[in-house]
Design a protein around this ligand. Structure first.
Ligand code: C2E
Ligand code: MG
Ligand code: MG
Ligand code: MG
Length: 288
């Protein structure tokens, strides 16, 4: 009896495994197709100066428009792309599309692009990026690369060499999601970051958790002492803005100022209007 049940259990497990493997294979095939046929798109999220709400730039965020499943967020396909080796082509597409978009903007706003740890490990990354800048005509000074600490810890000396070469080209580097992993003070000292992005898990709690407020204040102090700019990610409320401005945080990003959207949604802003209009209108932003 027990034995039979056990066998049943295994059979169910096998079936579930088979299903997961099939699903994954389908998804991999679909992602390959999307890459080849324009199934990926970029949304852009504004970054603003804290005191004035002046628009500084946009972070490009990848989206996959799946024919059956609809809009898939990067959390569900970047890892798949890394595991299947598609990340290199995906990253190249993201960079080329974002840079050629930003090169057309009527104002010289900054463009932030995320790189996954795997992409960051390509030793010829600086040359690849430089080729894309040359091809699209975007000045290197307008590009900011965002990486997480995982990208660095895989191979510290290679990471340092890549960062130095990117910086030598005039590209700036931001440490994304700061505070969520193992990045230490030593990391900030040893690597030439231009910017720290405080993870939104802290920013979202500055009004409700004294610990989160202390951490955010400490990161801001750290940035000031080291001469590194600090951006608060995931700003959603006016109270958070008040806290951050009070603590002299320089840059803000979050749903309050605009959700990631196709660039066309920001047409007025691109035409010269201030981001404050954007912040006011952003509250009831159209749902995609
Ligand atoms: P990230 O770089 O930390 O991007 C910020 C994420 O927080 C975005 O999620 C954004 O939509 C979300 N966010 C921004 N403001 C708020 C807010 O006020 N509240 C809340 N709840 N969320 C907010 P998204 O677009 O789903 O991206 C998730 C992650 O996927 C990114 O985190 C980044 O690590 C990665 N990613 C996105 N695009 C790319 C890409 O083109 N290449 C690579 N390698 N990774 C990407
Ligand atoms: Mg980012
Ligand atoms: Mg982040
Ligand atoms: Mg993140």
């Amino acid at each position: 009896q027990a034995k039979a049940e056990g066998r049943n259990c295994y059979r169910m497990f096998d079936a579930a495994m088979d299903e997961a493997i099939t699903r994954r294979r389908e998804l991999e095939r679909d992602l390959r197709t999307a890459l080849a046929n324009g199934g990926l798109e970029l949304h852009y999220q504004p970054q603003v100066r804290a005191g004035s709400c002046e628009l500084i730039g946009f972070e490009a965020l990848a989206r996959w428009r799946h024919p059956v499943r609809g809009l898939i967020p990067p959390g569900e396909f970047i890892q798949l792309a890394e595991e299947t080796g598609l990340i290199s082509a995906l990253g190249e597409w993201v960079l080329r599309s974002a840079c050629s978009e930003a090169a057309r903007w009527t104002r010289p706003l900054k463009l932030a692009v995320n790189l996954s740890p795997r992409e960051f490990q390509q030793s010829d990354l600086p040359e690849r990026i430089f080729a894309i800048l040359a091809e699209t005509g975007l000045p290197p000074s307008r590009l900011e690369i965002e990486i997480t600490e995982t990208a660095i810890f895989a191979d510290m000396s290679r990471a340092l060499s890549i960062l130095m070469r990117l910086k030598a080209l005039g590209i700036s580097i931001a440490m994304d999601d700061f505070g969520t992993g193992y990045a230490s003070l030593a990391t900030l000292q040893a690597f030439p970051f231009d910017k720290i992005k405080i993870d939104r898990s802290f920013v979202g709690q500055v009004e409700t958790s004294p610990q989160a407020a202390v951490i955010v204040r400490a990161v801001l102090g750290l940035g000031r002492s080291l001469g590194i700019g600090v951006v608060a990610e995931g700003v959603e409320t006016a109270g958070q803005v008040r806290f951050l401005v009070g603590e002299n945080c320089e840059e803000l990003q979050g749903y309050l100022f605009g959700k990631p959207q196709p660039i066309e949604s920001f047409a007025e802003v691109m035409g010269g209007r201030q981001a404050c209009d954007l912040a006011i209108r952003a509250a009831p932003v159209r749902q995609p």
